[in-house]
Design a protein around this ligand. Structure first.
Ligand code: ZN
Length: 471
């Protein structure tokens, strides 16, 4: 039984989807005005692991992630880069898709964009005006926070306390300082869409309400996002959706903790700001994923290069076992014994950990226990039946690869070109052997390391040296 912490009720609850085996999940995606940073990467990776685990449990997940492709920041960037707002959005959307692919994040079922859903946004604003929850002031449409009595139910903030804090701000044409823009009148030279209130563009909050409703229905199962979005963004999404549909918006709200760099808040002014692609230039996607999964998704994470290095090192254990399995299976020897091994208990422990509010640190501990146990079993037996290696591979394939994405078991096609490459590798293996016989260990090690850097792993066995290739 899967349990998860719901920010709305502030309790750990049993997960009961509205329409099993279907699960609707929405996550606030990027505003595409720049490369996304490593804090965003944490949110996207942990949401990906949660989605993959729901699929592992047999749910059919419809995963929706929006792209905010019109916004003040995009307009500002378009002026700086002297290109149109839609070119800025196009450029950084493309970069976003490249980066999430490299981080091994499964593609969403759909990526709705604000500018492609203007009709849905306008129709929701219209309902809000009709329901007395919004008002138009000279082409700007505002949400009337006072009309939604449950405002603050997600963040736990109280309207009167918020008002005191907000009063110092400029009121503009708003009736109440907490009211927020649903439709912004366009200024000279800004991109705009036509509406009954005049030319303008949507506010940020309304796009998530309109697009989640379009793709997941008026009420859906899971809405996720970074902690920093609880207030005001998610609070406003609830206010908009529930005032428009008169139905509960979301059943479970999940929020991801903050990321610090060397115990300091990440910020451009402190010079400790990293984009995901900067981190990907130094570390593998698997190490980044392992590093994040080693912390619980709700807690804070301290990001340091030492911890990333140690994640990369930790992965070696998994990769070594993968090499052992590949080697054994490539030999395809018949016979051998089938050692006693309690696969079921490892599967149970993995699910128990993940069922406990997605306790990935615990799930990873189970995987590394499994690796240790599998290695011990392999070392003890002279000859092992292929079925054992296949079952080891299946377990890691389902947990470490399919759910956590910290190793890949994808089969690689053998290309014709690689025949020549294979012959060249064999020549290097011969030279390495000669070097070893002449006690030139420096050279022998150099050859091994250089091949490793090219993605070719050498494995010395009693019968000689085997090699394996990976990208
Ligand atoms: Zn959102």
């Amino acid at each position: 039984m899967l349990k998860l912490y719901n920010t709305l009720t502030k309790q750990v609850e049993e997960f009961v989807p509205l329409n099993p085996p279907n699960v609707g999940m929405y996550i606030c995606g990027p505003t595409v005005y720049d490369y996304f940073h490593i804090g965003n990467a944490r949110t996207f990776i942990m949401a990906d692991i949660i989605r993959r685990y729901l699929e592992y449990k047999g749910y059919n997940v419809k995963f929706v992630m929006n792209l905010t492709d019109i916004d003040d920041k995009i307009i500002k960037k378009s002026i700086e880069e002297k290109i149109s707002a839609s070119e800025v959005a196009g450029k950084y959307s493309e970069a976003f898709f490249e980066d999430i692919k490299r981080l091994r994040i499964k593609p969403a079922t759909i990526y709705p964009r604000a500018t492609e859903n203007i009709a849905e946004i306008l129709s929701m604003i219209k309902s809000l005006i009709e329901n007395g929850a919004a008002y138009n002031v000279d082409g700007n449409v505002f949400y009337n926070v006072g009309a939604f009595k449950q405002y603050g139910k997600l963040s736990g903030k109280k309207i009167d306390e918020l008002e005191v804090g907000a009063r110092v701000e400029v009121m503009e044409e708003k009736q109440n300082p907490l009211d927020f823009a649903l439709w912004k009148k366009s200024k000279e030279g800004e991109p705009f869409w036509k509406s009954v209130w005049g030319n303008g563009r949507p506010g940020w909050h309304i796009e998530c309400s309109a697009m989640s409703c379009k793709h997941l229905g008026e009420t859906f199962d899971i809405h996720a996002g970074g902690n920093d979005l609880i207030f005001p963004h998610h609070e406003n999404e609830i206010a908009q959706s529930e005032a428009a549909t008169k139905k509960p918006f979301v059943k479970y709200w999940l929020h991801f903790g903050f990321l610090n760099i060397n115990k300091e808040k990440m910020s451009k002014s402190l010079g400790n700001f990293f984009t995901a692609r900067e981190v990907l230039a130094k570390y593998s996607a698997e190490a980044i994923r392992l590093f994040f999964a080693q912390a619980h998704y709700r807690g804070p994470v301290d990001f340091t290069s030492e911890l990333l290095d140690s994640a990369e090192k930790g992965l070696e254990k998994l990769k070594n076992l993968r090499t052992t399995i590949d080697l054994a299976l490539s030999k395809n020897k018949p016979g051998g014994t089938n050692p006693e091994f309690d696969f079921k208990s490892f599967e149970d422990r993995f699910s128990e950990a993940m069922d406990e509010d997605f306790n990935t640190p615990q799930a990873i501990a189970v995987i590394f226990d499994f690796v240790k146990e599998a290695n011990r079993t392999i070392a003890e037996k002279e000859s092992i039946h292929n079925n054992f290696y296949i079952t080891v591979k299946n377990f890691l394939g389902k947990t470490a690869d399919d759910v956590l994405g910290i190793i890949s078991f994808e089969e690689k096609e053998v290309k014709q070109d690689s025949l020549l490459e294979n012959e060249l590798i064999k020549i290097l293996i011969d030279i390495r052997l000669k070097a070893k016989n002449e006690k030139n260990f420096q050279l022998a090690d150099d050859i091994r390391k250089k091949l490793e850097n090219l993605g070719i792993t050498l494995k010395d066995t009693k019968e000689g040296t085997d090699f394996f290739k990976r990208d």
